[in-house]
Write a protein that binds this ligand. Structure first.
Ligand SMILES: O=C(CO)COP(=O)(O)O
Length: 250
């Protein structure tokens, strides 16, 4: 298997310059160099430069969102080339909080994914079902609709470059983690679908799990065949907890 394990911290709308520095200093105390997984932090846009400057060497910088537009009259938006100019190598797209609170559609997410790829930034495409969708047995229908919209606007080569983050909405910030078996089932189905699209290259696509991952449950999740690491919210704001999660990814 050629795929890269990864742990990405999504700080969401948390932090101020002083807290950011403290957290990054605490991370710098940890021996991340012993790990082989890729490490990413996604701070709020306004702190990308600061965090980029203070980030321990083992980490890469990621954005939480991007505009689908290249430039122009889009007040408040930030384009992919702007993100690139401050050192972003990764970008989240389609986080459920953006889908739900900012009404991002599947096709909006697809356009954002393309905008990142066009700048050489690796998109981390977030997908996942709500509790009512799971209860209605619609998990894979929803997840595949989200992915199909992305695949529609990408070439096969571009599709092979994305990272997928499966984040069941009901598990985000709730303390209600998907069981390793529940998560693995969805991850395996995602990989199966990717295989139909791009063949064996799907084996190289990193598929992260997100939703209440903690130091105490990371190892059993990451031990699953198709779970290649995590996208971490709350626990990424605590250096001890985050390091423990990264250790579980190896
Ligand atoms: O949304 C998430 C990461 O993007 C997960 O958040 P929590 O880890 O806080 O549940």
């Amino acid at each position: 298997m050629g795929r890269q394990a990864m742990v990405a911290g999504n700080w969401k709308m948390n932090g101020l310059p002083q807290n950011n520095s403290e957290l990054l200093k605490a991370l710098a105390q940890k021996d991340f160099a012993q790990l082989s997984c890729a490490l990413v932090v996604c701070p709020p846009t306004v702190f990308l430069s600061q965090v980029g400057n203070e980030l321990p060497a083992e980490f890469k910088l990621g954005a939480q969102n991007v505009s689908a537009q290249a430039q122009g009259a889009h007040t408040g938006e930030v384009s992919a080339d702007m993100l690139k100019s401050v050192g972003c190598e990764y970008g989240l797209v389609g986080h459920s909080e953006r889908r739900q609170m900012h009404h991002e559609s599947n096709s909006d997410v697809a356009e954002k994914t393309l905008a990142l790829l066009q700048q050489g930034i690796t998109p981390i495409v977030c997908v996942g079902e709500t509790l009512s969708e799971r209860e209605a047995d619609a998990t894979m229908t929803v997840v595949l609709q989200q992915l199909k919209a992305v695949a529609r606007v990408l070439s096969t080569e571009q599709l092979a470059k994305i990272i997928v983050a499966y984040e069941p909405v009901w598990a985000i910030g709730t303390g209600m983690t998907a069981t390793p078996e529940q998560a693995q089932q969805v991850h395996a189905s995602i990989r199966g679908w990717l295989r139909e699209q791009i063949g064996e290259q799907s084996d190289n696509i990193t598929i992260l799990y997100g939703g209440s991952v903690k130091g105490s449950n990371a190892a059993e999740l990451f031990a699953q065949e198709d779970i290649d690491g995590g996208l971490i919210g709350g626990a990424s704001l605590n250096a001890d907890e985050f390091f423990q999660i990264c250790q579980a990814a190896g």
